[in-house]
Structures are given as C-alpha cells and as structure tokens.
Design a protein around this ligand. Structure first.
Ligand SMILES: Nc1nc2c(ncn2[C@@H]2O[C@H](COP(=O)(O)OP(=O)(O)OP(=O)(O)O)[C@@H](O)[C@H]2O)c(=O)[nH]1
Ligand SMILES: [Mg+2]
Length: 425
C-alpha cells in the first residue's frame, strides 16, 4: 500500500539534571559547590526531503525519540547535549495532533524545516545556588521534562490539477499521453492504486502538475474502496478534471456517473465542488456519432465546460490542455495550505503548571512538577524566611490539599525532588 498516512508518537529529549558536588582540595576542609549544569535534550524536527515521496518510514516504527541531555558533572562540567532527531517527510505532509485531529503544521515548501517538539533545558548544577547564607547547597535543578505528543502525518499531494472519475474511464491513459509520468494502464478497475503526479509541459514554457487519482466509486466518501485515501489528495488541487466514459463501453450512463462522483466529492468535503471542474467525456473514438449530442446534454445539466476526447487517439486533448492552463492562469496563487489550528506552546505550558502527587514504595508522598522544581531552585528552605515562603507556596498551589486527598497523616514523609520533610498539620 502507498503509505500516505501514519500515526506516531514523538518525544523530545529530557534535559540533563544539574549536578550536586563540592570541591575537594587538599588542606581545604569544605570546598564550595562545583556541580555542573545538565545538557539540553534533543529536539524533534520535521524536514521536507525531495528524495522522500511517501510516509512508509512511519508505518513500521511507531515511536520516535530524541536523546536526553546528560547530567552535569563535578568541577562545573557541563553535561552533554542530547541529539536532535530529524524526521524526513515528503513535501505536502500535514501534521495533525492525534487526539483532536487539529492541524499543527503543513510542510508544503521545498526543504521546509520545523522544530515540532523542543528538548528540555538542562538543569543548573548546585554551583548556581550558593548564597551568602547558604554556602553548601545540596540542591541542583532537575533537567526539564521531555515533550511527548501523538501525531498523525498525512500526505496530501500538491498538484494543480486532479483527475477524478470512476475506475477504467481512461484517466491514466490521458496522464501518460500528456506527461512523462508512466502510470499503469489496463482494462480493469483500480489499475491505479496510488496518486501519480505528472508534469504537463506547455509550448510557452510553463506547465502544470496533474495528479492521476485512483478511481472513485459510490461510497468513497464513507471510505469504500480506500475512498478517503484518494479523496484526500484532491483537496489540494486547484482544478478538477472529471472524466467519464463517453462511449459507455461498460454500459454505464455518463450523466449518472457524473452525478454519483460529484455526490461523493460533496459528501467528503463540500469545498471540493467549489473548485473549477472541467468535464471530460473520454473514449469518443468508440462513440463518434453522439459527440455533439452528449456534449450539449452534459453542458445543460451541469453548466460546466465539456470536452469530448479520445485519450487513445489524442483527439480533443490539445483543446483540453489549453482550457486547463487558462483556468489555472486565473487561479494563480490559490495553493491550498493548511493553517495551524493547534497551539503547541500552550499545550505544553499546561503541563508545566501542574504537579503530581504519588505515593512511592517507601510510603513517601512524592510531589513533582516543574513549577515546584523552579521554586525550590530559588528558595533557601533552611532559612526561616525561606521556609515560610515555602509553606505558603504549598498552600497557595493547593498542594497541601492534594496531599490530604491522598490520605497523608501527621508524621508521614513528603518528598520533593532532593528535599524531604515530615508532614505536620
Ligand atoms: N477506446 C478507448 N479506450 C480507452 C481510451 N482511453 C483509455 N481507454 C482504455 O480504457 C482502459 C482503462 O484505461 P486506464 O487509463 O487504465 O483507466 P483509469 O481511469 O486510469 O482506470 P483506474 O486506474 O482503474 O481508475 C484501458 O484498456 C485503456 O486502453 C480511449 O480514449 N478510447
Ligand atoms: Mg488509472
């Protein structure tokens, strides 16, 4: 299967913890703090790569993780930074947040590069926390947490023109005639299973990209016959060339077929019917007598431009190409690019404000959260003033309440990062 959709979990690297250590020198009884800072965690980066044309790399593997920063060392040694993880995707990949389905970003430009998840910053070593009253701080800042997100990658091809219609009407035959693309042509349904792009050159040096979309059938908008996979690619095209079998080679009625396909387009995305649509009755070499009659009938019913062609003999093809080029000329800058609907920054900010209370195997109440971590970094709890501030903080943040909800009683131990104390109401 053509891999044009994948659901993956991405995770940046955690920041390395700051280090707690003290200088040790001969004849110096108590050296100052010399714990180094932790390294930065690696980012998750998406990069458009012209050599990649599908999402198959993301079908086999499910989780992609950047490396974490290393802990700082003695003698103010800085921990090693984590490595960024660069994920290559084809141009036209739209990244959605998996739970809400909202668009995070649309990678539609050549060589576009986006840092999707930021690695955690490294924690500061205890050498940063020495103050006049606190010369031997045993606290170092923990590294910032990693960011994790489940995303859906969707490839929506970027083509100017989408060729749509029932199977076997001659879409691929037309594309192979007009471009250097070599789609498979055969007399059976669903010969084409992946969208195929071809560049149609024009004599004036310009050209356009046409996508041969696999045949659609009734129910495609509900996903029948991989309909969703195919319809998705039409969304980005500017003009639709809607092809029917004008000779009813298989006994189908072209008028009914046009209606049926338009209904599927509308049900999938009403915007698709807003795109200029050129109707092409193909295989007219097999039904030359009814050409004018059919053309007029379709024009009257659908109020669209109609071309009767033979993709095999080439009859009428040139006129069709000029009409497509003319339509595109009028729509020059209408490329469909998806706006971002998902605020990543806010999403992860929420995480930082919260905290968790868990009971570990030693029966200690463990409180964690980056705001607490930050506060501990700036507060000297061993001074009276600092301790008062700390108590207030616990109350204001609702942490005392949360501890009580978990069933804490007098004398139980509370642990917050490097700090432990007994709880008394
Ligand atoms: N007589 C006649 N036959 C044609 C013409 N165009 C295509 N065909 C034949 O119709 C059959 C299907 O052609 P394809 O180009 O594979 O059709 P398609 O629309 O791409 O089909 P799917 O990929 O299955 O959706 C082949 O046997 C072609 O030779 C035409 O203008 N005249
Ligand atoms: Mg085909």
């Amino acid at each position: 299967m053509f891999a044009d959709r994948a659901r993956i979990v991405i995770r940046s690297g955690k920041g390395g913890n700051g280090h707690v250590s003290f200088r040790r020198e001969k004849y110096v009884p108590a050296g100052g703090p010399d714990g180094g800072d932790g390294g930065r965690g690696g980012d998750i980066i998406f990069q458009v790569d012209p050599r990649v044309n599908n999402l198959s790399d993301y079908r086999m593997k499910h989780k992609f993780v950047a490396t974490s920063g290393e802990e700082g060392g003695k003698k103010k040694c800085h921990g090693k930074d984590g490595q960024d993880l660069v994920l290559s995707v084809p141009k036209g990949t739209v990244i959605h947040e998996a739970e809400s389905g909202k668009v995070i970003c649309d990678l539609s430009e050549d060589n576009q590069r986006v840092v999707l998840l930021k690695g955690g910053r490294g924690g500061q070593g205890n050498s940063h926390y020495a103050t006049p009253t606190m010369q031997a701080p045993k606290y170092a800042q923990p590294g910032e947490d990693a960011q994790e997100l489940e995303v859906i990658l969707e490839l929506k091809v970027l083509a100017d023109v989408g060729l749509v219609g029932f199977p076997n009407v001659g879409k691929s035959t037309l594309l192979s005639r007009l471009s250097n693309a070599k789609p498979q042509v055969a007399n059976y349904h669903f010969t084409t299973l992946n969208p195929i792009l071809g560049v149609v050159d024009l004599p004036d040096g310009n050209g356009f990209v046409m996508a041969d979309i696999p045949g659609l059938i009734e129910g495609a908008s509900e996903g029948v016959g991989l309909g969703h996979e195919f319809l998705r690619h039409i969304q980005r095209t500017k003009v639709l060339v809607h092809m029917v079998d004008g000779a009813s080679v298989e006994g189908r009625d072209p008028i009914e077929d046009i209606k049926a396909i338009n209904l599927e387009l509308e049900k999938y995305d009403a915007g698709l019917l807003q795109k200029p649509q050129i109707i092409v009755a193909n295989k007219m070499d097999a039904n030359p007598q009814e050409k004018e009659e059919l053309k007029k009938k379709i024009e009257d019913i659908f109020h669209a431009k109609v071309f009767c062609i033979s993709a095999v003999s080439g009859e009428g093809v040139k006129e069709l190409v000029y009409e497509i080029a003319k339509e595109l000329e009028e729509l020059k800058d209408e490329q469909v690019i998806y706006e971002s609907e998902f605020d990543l920054e806010n999403h992860f900010k929420g995480d930082q404000l919260s905290y968790t209370v868990e009971i570990n195997e030693d029966g200690e109440y463990v409180v964690e959260g980056s705001k607490i971590e930050k506060m501990l970094g700036y507060t000297n709890i061993e001074s009276e003033k600092g301790f008062l501030f700390f108590q207030n903080f616990l109350k204001e943040q609702g942490i005392l309440e949360a501890l009580e909800e978990k069933g804490i009683t007098d004398g139980d131990t509370v642990r917050m990062y490097g700090l432990t104390f007994d709880y008394y109401k």
